[in-house]
Write a protein that binds this ligand. Structure first.
Ligand SMILES: Cc1cc2nc3c(=O)[nH]c(=O)nc-3n(C[C@H](O)[C@H](O)[C@H](O)COP(=O)(O)OP(=O)(O)OC[C@H]3O[C@@H](n4cnc5c(N)ncnc54)[C@H](O)[C@@H]3O)c2cc1C
Length: 263
């Protein structure tokens, strides 16, 4: 399926909300998962193909012109108006997806499949732990919005600096702890150090941890070793890997996860 850019909203210096409409969105199913995502296909700028494309259009296409698959979280699906919001990290003039979002203008088209997704805050726990960087803000934002006024959440978000913090509305009692790379000597340790230092509320909790692979792994390891969390039942996984394109990351991800399983 495909949709067209309706508008782009700058949420922070490095976060862009792209709202999609039209195309074949009337067939979009939506999902109850709050980490729901689409598998989008980003067409390199130099490629001769246009959206929508089918398998026949890719036949014989050289690798540099082939669409690149990337997953992106559904920040909000407005079923009544059939508008799909996705929050893209603008992480510089590299790659395909982030740079597509930075160039995006009304009428541009994006092709995708989905949705997938599996996490939604559970109703049978006393509180919710959510941890991530900018790439997880779509899922964390959707999860916080899904909580009702009786819920409680402790949330850690890693961003560049104070001007990168965004509104995360929730009916719940949500404590949001913003962590800033710009003022840290060791930004890759910020998430795990903050979670380690936190006084967790009493009672049972569920866990959502997503973002950069090394940072997610460190938080996961801490939760197993020091917080007695059975991670098999929780939503903890890496969304991207520093210094790796998504293709490079997918090539080593299985091995990374196998090693992580021994933590
Ligand atoms: C299920 C799922 C949901 C996701 N949801 C979102 C989402 O809602 N929003 C979002 O922005 N991302 C999301 N991601 C992550 C996104 O798919 C990756 O960041 C992807 O690599 C971006 O592709 P690209 O073409 O822009 O960069 P690539 O070509 O993959 O990478 C180019 C370079 O940029 C670096 N890079 C990639 N991502 C980042 C980043 N976030 N910050 C800093 N450097 C980066 C890479 O390490 C590499 O060096 C999600 C991933 C998964 C698996």
């Amino acid at each position: 399926m495909y949709a067209e850019v309706r508008n782009v909203t700058q949420l922070s210096p490095t976060l862009l909300r792209v709202s999609l409409e039209g195309g074949t969105l009337d067939q979009f199913a939506g999902t109850t998962a709050t980490d729901g995502y689409i598998n989008a296909r980003f067409v390199p700028e130099s490629s001769p193909i246009t959206v929508p494309f089918g398998p026949e259009d890719l036949e014989g296409l050289p690798p540099e012109h082939r669409p690149r698959p990337r997953r992106f979280t559904i920040r909000r699906w407005n079923e009544a108006e059939r508008i799909l919001d996705i929050d893209f990290v603008a992480h510089g003039d590299v790659g395909y997806a982030g740079s597509w979002a930075q160039r995006a203008k009304p009428g541009d088209r994006l092709q995708f499949d989905g949705p997938g997704g599996s996490y939604r805050p559970r109703s049978d726990v006393d509180w919710h732990l959510m941890v991530g960087d900018e790439s997880a803000l779509g899922a964390i934002g959707a999860s916080l919005e899904a909580l009702d006024a009786s819920a409680r959440a402790l949330v850690f978000v890693l961003v560049d600096g104070p001007d990168h913090e965004i509104d995360l509305p929730s009916a719940a009692a949500a404590e949001i702890v913003w962590l800033h790379r710009a003022t840290s000597d060791d930004p890759e340790q910020l998430l795990v150090d903050a979670v380690r230092a936190a006084n967790f509320p009493d009672g049972s909790f569920d866990v959502f941890v997503h973002g950069e692979a090394g940072e997610v792994r460190a938080v996961r390891k801490h939760l197993i070793a020091d917080r007695d969390v059975d991670v098999a039942n929780e939503s903890i996984s890496p969304y991207w890997r520093r210094k790796h394109t998504d293709e490079d990351w997918r090539a080593v991800k299985r091995q990374f996860l196998a090693e992580q399983a021994r933590d």
